[in-house]
Design a protein around this ligand. Structure first.
Ligand code: NDP
Length: 237
């Protein structure tokens, strides 16, 4: 497959999990891929070698760093904002600074990255943000702040789709359900509960999410924008 031959792709948060699968997918299809990471230098270096990609250390909680990384890429064909963190717990007990940091990474970074990317993107550019089915449905206690961050991406993408539509740039949200990564291992404590109400009673694979990202970035998706694309095994059905 070579839909992305010579295309320039930036994945924010690409060293592990869903982001790493997205890096591999675009690299395997011929793209020149750059990705960021915050802490996992060894994983980032290994993936960069494996996928012939470029790894840049940049904390998504640092707005200026996010904007600088995107700006330095120049005319990107595809921006994927995947970096995200998950804090679950009693809102009466959660550390306020930790909650605000999650909001910085999960909401402020996608907004500023998307806007900066659109300044330089050519006609037909693609902006893809990784949200969550929890933007639509939060079926357990303790997830209010995380759900807040993911539902914020819904409004952001609808609005930016209209802002950038005239330039032929599409803006879409992928909303995964439980996906087997370090953040949400398939043998984790919540898995049986989540599988109990899902139609497909397993975690998704990062490669399944990457496949949807490739579709949204590809030539058949030029008419798809401002939309939420849920891929969740029926978690939210
Ligand atoms: P992981 O924790 O497995 O991986 C997160 C990735 O994002 C890593 O590459 C990590 O880099 C990077 N990252 C995290 N924080 C930062 C930061 N401050 N700056 C730069 N990079 C950062 O998570 P997943 O792969 O599971 O999740 C990816 C996205 O998918 C997130 O937005 C998450 O909310 C969303 N999602 C995940 C679901 C799941 O069940 N797994 C379900 C629904 C949505 P580093 O290695 O350096 O820390």
């Amino acid at each position: 497959m070579s839909d992305f031959n010579a295309k320039k792709v930036l994945v924010l948060g690409g060293s592990r999990g869903i982001g790493a699968a997205i890096v591999r997918r675009f690299a395997n299809e011929g793209a020149a891929v750059t990705f960021t990471y915050a802490g996992s230098k060894d994983a980032a270096d290994a993936l960069a070698t494996e996928a012939s990609a470029t790894a840049i250390r940049s904390d998504a909680a640092d707005r200026d760093s996010v904007i600088a990384v995107v700006r330095d890429q120049g005319a990107l064909d595809v921006l994927v904002v995947n970096a995200g963190t998950l804090i679950i717990g009693d809102p009466l007990e959660l550390d306020a600074d930790a909650v605000d940091r999650m909001i910085d990474v999960n909401v402020r970074a996608p907004y500023h990255a998307a806007v900066e990317a659109a300044r330089h993107m050519p006609e037909g550019g693609r902006i893809i943000v990784i949200g969550s089915v929890n933007g639509d449905r939060m079926p357990f206690a303790g997830g209010a702040a995380y759900a807040l961050t993911k539902s914020a991406l819904q409004g952001m993408s609808r609005g930016l789709a209209r802002d950038f539509g005239a330039k032929g740039i599409t803006v879409n949200v992928i909303q995964p359900g439980p996906t087997a990564t370090d953040m949400n291992p398939e043998d984790g404590p919540m898995s049986d509960f989540m599988h109990s109400f899902m139609a497909i009673k397993r975690h998704g694979r990062p490669e399944e999410i990457a496949g949807l990202a490739a579709y949204l970035a590809g030539p058949e998706a030029g008419y798809t924008t401002g939309a939420l694309h849920t891929i969740d095994g029926g978690f939210g059905a």
